[in-house]
Design a protein around this ligand. Structure first.
Ligand SMILES: [Zn+2]
Ligand SMILES: [Zn+2]
Length: 134
């Protein structure tokens, strides 16, 4: 468990305070690459542990999975699946990243051909395999 963190979009219209944040995941699936412009760096926060100020715009990328962004500046801030009791906040939206840790990379088989996966954190083919192995 990390210490409370704060974050926001570029323009500051959307901001949040999270009591506790899980280690960061990098997701290389095509959906995340389209959403973010490269690949996703995001950390889970229980819905009970986050206070959000401002109204994010939500876009459903599938039946129950959506990402939240600032309607003005377009910063990608949130991702969530309606079936889960957590949402994910993007690494880039976090103000002070000094307490963040990294879990690993998921959907590595869907990564873009134009880059290599950096670092020596764990790599997983999908979420299911990451749950079994970690
Ligand atoms: Zn904004
Ligand atoms: Zn993804």
């Amino acid at each position: 468990m990390s210490k409370p963190i704060t974050g926001s979009c570029c323009c500051g219209q959307i901001s949040y305070t999270a009591k506790s944040v899980a280690p960061l995941w990098y997701c290389h699936c095509q959906q995340c690459r389209k959403m973010t412009g490269h690949y996703m760096a995001a950390a889970r926060v229980n819905l009970n542990d986050i206070e959000i100020n401002g109204e994010a715009k939500w876009f459903y990328v599938s039946d129950d999975s959506r990402h939240g962004f600032c309607p003005d500046c377009g910063s990608k801030i949130f991702w969530r699946n309606d079936k889960n009791d957590f949402l994910s906040i993007t690494g880039g939206s976090i103000n002070d990243t000094s307490s963040l840790r990294v879990s690993g990379h998921v959907f590595v088989g869907e990564k873009g051909d134009y880059y290599e996966i950096p670092g020596d954190e764990k790599r997983y083919i999908c979420w299911e395999s990451s749950i079994q192995q970690s």
